[in-house]
Design a protein around this ligand. Sequence first.
Ligand code: PEP
Ligand code: MN
Length: 356
Amino acid sequence: MFRDLFNRQPNDKPFLISGPCSAETEDQVLDTCQRLAATGKVQALRAGIWKPRTKPGGFEGVGAKGLPWLKKASELTGLPVAVEVATAKHVEDCLHFGVDLLWVGARTTGNPFSVQEIANSLRGVEIPVLVKNPTHAELELWMGAVERLQGVGLKQVGLIHRGFASYGNTDFRNAPMWHLPIEMKRRLPHLPILNDPSHICGRRDTLFAVAQQALNLDFDGTMIESHRDPDNAWSDAKQQITPEVLGQLIHDLVWRHESTDKKEFVTALASLREQINQLDAEVMQLLGRRMGIAEKIGQYKKENDITILQTARWNEVLERSQRQGAQVGLTAGFVEQYLAAVHLESITRQNRVMEE
Ligand code: PEP
Ligand code: MN
């Protein structure tokens, strides 16, 4: 049933899971799911049954009574259904009602006790499980959750990138921090990874751009919330779209393949990559030399009892580099981040020299 997700072939379409943030009523679930199926673009349906809320008093999901609604939606559409689980009891209820795919929510991934409880309740069960990234940007927790689930013998484990909580960002509900899912892909190349633009954006107008960016980065598909009456949804109203709007959004996405057989393209790409490899090698050589000089400076400072950190000098380096960077089209932010990393390494080396 999930061949398209777990045994992906080069030309497979993006795998799309969609459905309401929360199951609210039987009618809402059936109506939304049937309209989603009618778009012909959805491979699986989703709905939250138990909703983790930051504070008590909000809508905490309809609970297990919503599971038969999903089963009915599955029978009517022929599509498998996915539900978020956070406890062993949730797992038991889902298995009882024939839920086809489970996912671990962001808040749960951050709690190893809960993930282990879920894993233990799935020992000996064959069911696909997708793991959302934890709410904060800690890759090892995400890895750890995958390991706990694989550790009980689950063969079909995948990832969902739903963005990370971060201070001072206003564009996103959860900042995508693309380098983190990319690093997960690098570490776990055989695990499928979906993008969840709904919880990254928290609003409707930016969903397309985020979904497209994920496909550009070779994600395997998308989990996106859809509600028959988004403005009146009982949870996450601002980010949901109708099944028809979703159908159009998916239709407009450009699906890029990781590789192609076109010879010209393959050769051009190989040549450009070779140039990048060469430049990276040169940059590494230069950085190595730069650090060697920093150590020499450390030696002089030590001999003359001078502090390592010299603010005026550092400002001068920063300003000059930003000017030079701007001339070759590097943004001030990038130059600053790059130099901060170089400076830190430089100071660490000098400190080592001082301590010798
Ligand atoms: C959800 O998918 O409805 C959900 C609660 O998401 P997250 O765990 O990413 O916050
Ligand atoms: Mn939601």
